[in-house]
Write a new protein. Sequence first.
Length: 168
Amino acid sequence: MAMKLDHEDLNRLIEKISSSDIQEFSLEGEDFKLEIKRNLFDQNQITNNLLSNTSFDRQTIASQKSINENVSIVKEPETPQVAPPGRTDLTEITSPMVGTFYRAAAPGEEPFVEVGSNINVGQTICILEAMKLMNEIESEFNAEIVEILVENGTPVEFGQVLMRVKQS
């Protein structure tokens, strides 16, 4: 038996399901598939998103809905890259925050420092981007850059060694 669902039918169905205690619901037609799995995150948010989509394409919304509700984000804890143990005469400059490490002010510009650069207290040595904010990291001492341990554009962890310097 072929079943036709229009926008109103679908809205009523979703409202009924969201006010019931049904945890999982699946409906398939010739040209659409609707899957609802509850308690993954806020059901009202999903229903509102679905209802506010006025240019109605059943297949798009159904597949969007099944994608939204089947995706559970599992982020494996990343092990921070540990720098190899260094020479004892060197001072490590570590990241004061989690962010993205940049060696230059902008793509294509000269890096702030290179291996062999002499730096002074207060001189910018890199930028760490965190939540769209560019944080200039300044040297705390006069020194020579001996090692740069992080690639440009790489995510870094709090406390990760960025550079090793020889204080002068």
